[in-house]
Design a protein around this ligand. Structure first.
Ligand code: SF4
Ligand code: SF4
Length: 381
C-alpha cells in the first residue's frame, strides 16, 4: 500500500496509542497495535480494517480534540480503510469508482434499473409489464429465462472473482501467506468474531454512536441486515435448486421454503438497513470521516431497495404490477452484484481477512519441536 497523508496520520495516532495503551481492552485494534513497534503501510491497512468503527476509543481518549495531540482513531482509521478499498480493487483501472462512491453507486443503480426495464420492453411484448402473469414460469414471461440466467450468473461471477482478487491483494500486502489459510483454530476464532461482531463491544456495552453512552443498536441492526442477507441468499439458492434440478419454476406458494426464507430475510434486511441509516443520521459527526458518508448511505440504500423491492414483488406478484416490480427488483439485484466490489460492501471481505490475520497472530504456529507430534517423536527417539 502506498504512503499517504492518511497513513502518516494513522501511524502518528498508533504511536501515541502505543505509548498510552489506555484502550488496550477495547477491541482487536489495540492488541494488534501493541505487537508492533513500527507500523508499515501494510500494518496500517491491517489495523484500519480491524477497526469496527465503534468510536469507543474516541470518547475514552484524553488526547482527543480539542487536546493539541488531536487523536481521533476512528476517523483516521476510516480514512485509511477507504484508501485500502481503492488500493486492493480489481481490476485496477476500476479502483477510481471508489472516488465519489455515493454518486457512482446511485447513478449506476438507476442506470441498471432503467436498462433492465428497456431490455424487457425490447425483448418481450411490453403488455406483460402491466397484465397479470400467474402460474409456473410467470417470471420468465416477463424476463426470458436465458436473460435472467445470463445477467444473474455473469454479474455474480464477476463480483466473486473481483472480491477474491481483492482478498488476495489485501492478504499479500499485510504480510499473509497462503499456507496460513489452512489452519483450523484461527479460522474458527475469526469466524466466531465475524458472526458475533465481537469488536462492536468498544469499551463496554456496544458502540458510542451518539455520545459517551454505550448502545447495542448498531450491532443489532447489523445482525438484522447480515442474517437477513444470508436468508435471502439461501432463498435464491433453494429456488435455483427447485427450478434447475427439480424442474419446478417460480413463483412458489407463500409457505414454500424459498418464499419463507426470502420473506424473513427481506424483512430482516429492511429493518437492519433502515436502522443503520437512522443510527448514521443521529450519530455524532466528530469521530466520523465525513467524506465517506456518501458511500455508506449509498450502499445501505441499495441493500434496502434490494430487500424492499423483493417484498413488493411478493405482495403484488399476482397483479398487473408484477412485470414492472420484477424488472425493477432484478435491476436492483444486478446493480448490487455489479457494484459489490466497488462499494462499501468490500468492508466485509477486508474486515473478515483482518480478523483472520488477528486470530493467526493470537494463535501462532508452534515452532518446530514444540508440536505434540514433534514431542512424541523426540520421546520415542
Ligand atoms: S485512543 Fe487515546 S486513550 Fe486510547 S490508547 Fe489511544 S491515546 Fe490512549
Ligand atoms: S473498533 Fe472502536 S475502540 Fe477499536 S479502534 Fe475502532 S473505534 Fe476504536
Amino acid at each position: 500500500m502506498r504512503e499517504t497523508e492518511a497513513t502518516t496520520d494513522a501511524r502518528r495516532a498508533m504511536e501515541v496509542c502505543n505509548a498510552c495503551r489506555y484502550c488496550e481492552g477495547f477491541c482487536a485494534v489495540f492488541p494488534a497495535m501493541t505487537m508492533r513497534r513500527e507500523f508499515s503501510t501494510g500494518d496500517l491497512s491491517y489495523i484500519a480494517n480491524l477497526c469496527h468503527n465503534c468510536k469507543g476509543c474516541y470518547y475514552a481518549c484524553q488526547y482527543a480534540p480539542p487536546h493539541p495531540f488531536n487523536i481521533n482513531v476512528p476517523q483516521v482509521l476510516a480514512q485509511v480503510r477507504a484508501e485500502t478499498y481503492e488500493e486492493y480493487a480489481w481490476p485496477g483501472p476500476l479502483a477510481g469508482l471508489f472516488k465519489r462512491n455515493g454518486t457512482v453507486v446511485s447513478l449506476a443503480t438507476a442506470g441498471v434499473i432503467a436498462l433492465t426495464l428497456l431490455m424487457t420492453m425490447a425483448l418481450v411484448d411490453p403488455s406483460v409489464l402491466y397484465q397479470p402473469q400467474i402460474g409456473p414460469g410467470a417470471f420468465y414471461r416477463v424476463i426470458p429465462w436465458w436473460l435472467m440466467v445470463t445477467l444473474a450468473g455473469g454479474t455474480s461471477l464477476f463480483a466473486l472473482v473481483a472480491l477474491a482478487m481483492g482478498f488476495r491483494n489485501f492478504w499479500r500486502d499485510t504480510g499473509g501467506r497462503a499456507d496460513e489459510l489452512q489452519r483450523a483454530k484461527p479460522l474458527a476464532v475469526a469466524l466466531h468474531d465475524i458472526l458475533t461482531l465481537k469488536n462492536l463491544g468498544g469499551g463496554g456495552g456496544g458502540c458510542n454512536d451518539k455520545d459517551e453512552a454505550f448502545s447495542q443498536l448498531r450491532r443489532r441492526f447489523h445482525h438484522f441486515m447480515f442474517y437477513g442477507f444470508m436468508l435471502c441468499f439461501a432463498s435464491t439458492t433453494t429456488a435455483t435448486f427447485y427450478d434447475h434440478i427439480m424442474g419446478h419454476p417460480a413463483p412458489y406458494p407463500f409457505w414454500s421454503l424459498p418464499v419463507q426464507l426470502g420473506t424473513w430475510g427481506g424483512v430482516g434486511m429492511v429493518i437492519g438497513t433502515a436502522g443503520l441509516i437512522w443510527v448514521k443520521i443521529v450519530s455524532d459527526p466528530a469521530p466520523a470521516a465525513r467524506n465517506l458518508l456518501g458511500a455508506d448511505y449509498a450502499l445501505l440504500v441499495l441493500l434496502f431497495l434490494s430487500a424492499f423491492t423483493g417484498l413488493l414483488l411478493l405482495a403484488f406478484r399476482s397483479t398487473g404490477a408484477m412485470g414492472v416490480m420484477l424488472a425493477v427488483h432484478l435491476g436492483v439485484i444486478f446493480a448490487l452484484f455489479l457494484l459489490v466490489p466497488y462499494s462499501k460492501m468490500v468492508h466485509a471481505v477486508y474486515r473478515s481477512a483482518a480478523l483472520l490475520r488477528h486470530a493467526l497472530e493470537r494463535h501462532p504456529t508452534p515452532p518446530p519441536g514444540n508440536k505434540p507430534s514433534d514431542r512424541a517423536l523426540g520421546s520415542a527417539a
